[in-house]
Design a protein around this ligand. Structure first.
Ligand SMILES: Cc1cc2nc3c(=O)[nH]c(=O)nc-3n(C[C@H](O)[C@H](O)[C@H](O)COP(=O)(O)OP(=O)(O)OC[C@H]3O[C@@H](n4cnc5c(N)ncnc54)[C@H](O)[C@@H]3O)c2cc1C
Length: 582
């Protein structure tokens, strides 16, 4: 079946939904999502969304927010896009407030703001209260507010449609092919503009804070039509995942005053970041924790650390951190009012993704050549506001703000965009993939391959990396890709065939994981979330560059380091790389 809409958006998280609100007011827009829209991972975000409103830290300004973001990115962020983001942040958040988003409040009724790692006043002098929040349900309230706005503006939702391929020819995006999860069968969606807001890929790792749906589909689909993906080696490990499950305990817990303690009961962050302590940037706290664990100072010598919030008192915990209190009780069996929470670093966020410029147009090379009618925003994109490491609360901001920008850009571009011509075999690639799975008879199981990928990515491409480990992991992925060809599924039915859907997601994870490993191997330095034990220093001379990874027919990746980082803002002179203080 063919569906025709002016604009097709894949993804109903904050990025996709925010763009849809903009477009729905003037054009016919359809949003496809493989989960029910309000179950998108954005809804799990707890801690907050950054904007220099100055409601509590009265002297806060966008310049400080820009400095923190650039520094946090370890100078790999593109500063033109960062400037846009921090300057437009206040209006983006206030717009959500005006649409009825129930933020927590200050006593005088303004949006409440809390501390988060790496956010400071006066260029690093003292912590800033910049994260706008709604208890620890910030993503949930933002997503629901946006969904209401989508319904108000006649956005057409196709829920539980899993996109399997992108139709892209002569540098123009033409449409997507999706599987109707409820009834089975392929549907082709055909539009003048196509936007991806397909989210992150944490599920490629064993310990992750990400939802099961976060399998990086969008990244794999663009590489299959020959487009590159950018800066994939940068994976953010959040310091505080619940031990063994990886479920997130928001950084807000440390923002509100929580302490990290090692097996000796000591606040070990004093050895690594004596000023910022627990509120140092995430990459640094994760490395410090992993070092404690690796050197035998985990709790009882095991692979976890304690997060202690018991001294905050029951009233504060119930007011500010109710969700994580409940999660700790249900998933770790501890009562955070009385006992410390066992935690370990968890794969959390993908800094890399589909290269796009600040107008959210997808680009194809180091010269930033634009595609036609193809846009990306949110976690799947790499507009590169986070560079090598994202600061907490900058991602909800990015998804909202660049979703908004993408929507406005598409509205502006629509009069100049035509429907492309569908190629003769427009369903070809998707049909072949489904048919192959449905008739497969091999001996391999998706579950086994997934487990092996997740475990080895965690060990050999995790918080710390070495050449030897990465070479091993590159081989492992090739082996798994080979074995994947012999995968068979048990369920051969049409309706809600999760066996089939998971098998397809598995092929995506095997693909982009190769790009993560190849980037990590070739980037012989340590920067932001990428930490090489054999190259512990940042090397600006050689590596102050974005990587672009192109998939090759034999499953390997070709990498280029030719894309320059933009070191100037649009109006602001920008910030030059400084020596690291840690
Ligand atoms: C537990 C947790 C807590 C977080 N807390 C914070 C926080 O406090 N502050 C902050 O700034 N950031 C936080 N983040 C990060 C932030 O939530 C995300 O980066 C952001 O919400 C991503 O939004 P998005 O719209 O890009 O993607 P998502 O919200 O992940 O949405 C992706 C959408 O794409 C759809 N999709 C994907 N593949 C397909 C396909 N093949 N076919 C059809 N549809 C598809 C999905 O159905 C979904 O609708 C947190 C993340 C996690 C995991």
């Amino acid at each position: 079946m063919i569906h025709r809409h002016d604009v097709i958006i894949v993804g109903a998280g904050l990025a996709g939904s925010r763009a849809a609100v903009e477009i729905g007011q003037v054009a016919d827009v359809a949003v496809l999502s493989k989960v029910y829209p309000s179950r998108s991972h954005s809804g799990a975000a707890q801690g907050g969304v950054a904007a220099a409103l100055g409601n509590i830290s009265k002297t806060d300004r966008w310049e400080f927010h820009m400095f923190d973001t650039v520094k946090g990115s370890d100078y790999l962020g593109d500063q033109d896009a960062i400037e846009l983001m921090v300057r437009e942040a206040p209006e983006t958040v206030i717009e959500m407030e005006h649409w009825g988003c129930p933020f927590s409040r200050t006593p005088e009724g303004k949006i409440a703001q809390r501390k988060f790692g790496g956010h400071t006043l006066d260029y690093g002098k003292e912590p800033a209260l910049r994260a706008c929040y709604s208890a620890d349900y910030t993503g949930h309230v933002l997503l629901h507010t946006l969904h209401e706005q989508c319904l108000k503006h006649n956005v057409h939702f196709y829920s539980e449609f899993q996109v399997l391929s992108l139709i892209f020819e002569n540098n123009k995006a033409i449409g997507v092919v999706a599987l109707d999860m409820v009834n089975g069968g392929l549907h082709t969606f055909y539009g003048r503009a196509i936007m991806f807001g397909t989210g992150g890929y944490g599920r490629a790792f064993k310990i992750t804070s990400n939802a099961h749906a976060n399998t990086g589909d969008g990244l794999a689909l663009v590489t299959r039509v020959g487009l590159p993906i950018q800066d994939m080696e940068f994976v953010q490990f959040h310091p505080t995942g619940l031990w063994q499950s990886g479920i997130l305990v928001t950084e807000g817990a440390r923002g509100e005053g929580g302490h990290l303690k090692n097996g000796e009961g000591r606040r070990f962050m004093e050895d690594y970041a004596p000023t910022l302590m627990e509120l140092a940037p995430r990459d640094m706290v994760s490395r410090s924790m992993q070092t404690e664990i690796d050197e035998g100072r985990g709790i009882d010598g095991k692979d976890y650390i304690h997060l202690d919030v018991s001294h905050l008192g029951e009233a504060k915990l119930m007011e500010r951190l109710p969700q994580i209190s409940e999660l700790a009780m249900n998933f770790a069996g501890v009562d955070p009012r009385k006992e410390p929470i066992p935690i370990q670093p968890t794969a959390h966020y993908s800094m890399g993704g589909i290269p796009a410029n600040a107008n959210c147009r997808v680009t194809i090379d180091e010269k930033r050549t634009e595609t036609e009618g193809f846009y990306a925003a949110g976690e799947c994109s790499c507009i590169s506001v986070h560079g090598a490491n994202r600061l907490g609360t900058n991602s909800l901001l990015e998804a909202l703000l660049f979703g908004r920008r993408a929507g406005k850009q598409i509205v502006e571009d629509l009069p100049h965009l035509d429907f492309g011509e569908l190629p003769a075999d427009y369903e070809g690639a998707a049909k072949e993939e489904v048919d192959r799975m449905m008739t497969s008879t091999g001996k391999e199981k998706v579950g086994t391959i997934r487990k092996e990928l997740q475990e080895t990515m965690m060990i050999d491409c995790g918080v710390f990396r070495t050449k030897g480990q990465l070479e091993k992991q590159r081989e492992k992925i090739l082996e798994l890709q080979d074995r994947y060809k012999h995968v068979t599924i048990d369920d051969k039915s049409q309706r809600f065939n999760t066996d089939l859907l998971e098998a397809i997601e598995m092929s995506h994870m095997l693909e982009f994981s190769g790009a993560i490993v190849e980037g990590a191997l070739q980037r012989e330095e340590s920067r932001g979330g990428h930490s090489r034990k054999d190259f512990p220093k940042r090397d600006d001379e050689k590596f102050l560059k974005h990587t672009l990874a192109y998939k090759q027919d034999d499953g390997s990746w070709k990498l280029t380091f030719d894309k320059e980082v933009i070191l100037k803002g649009i109006h602001h002179q920008g910030f030059e790389p400084m020596e690291r203080k840690y």
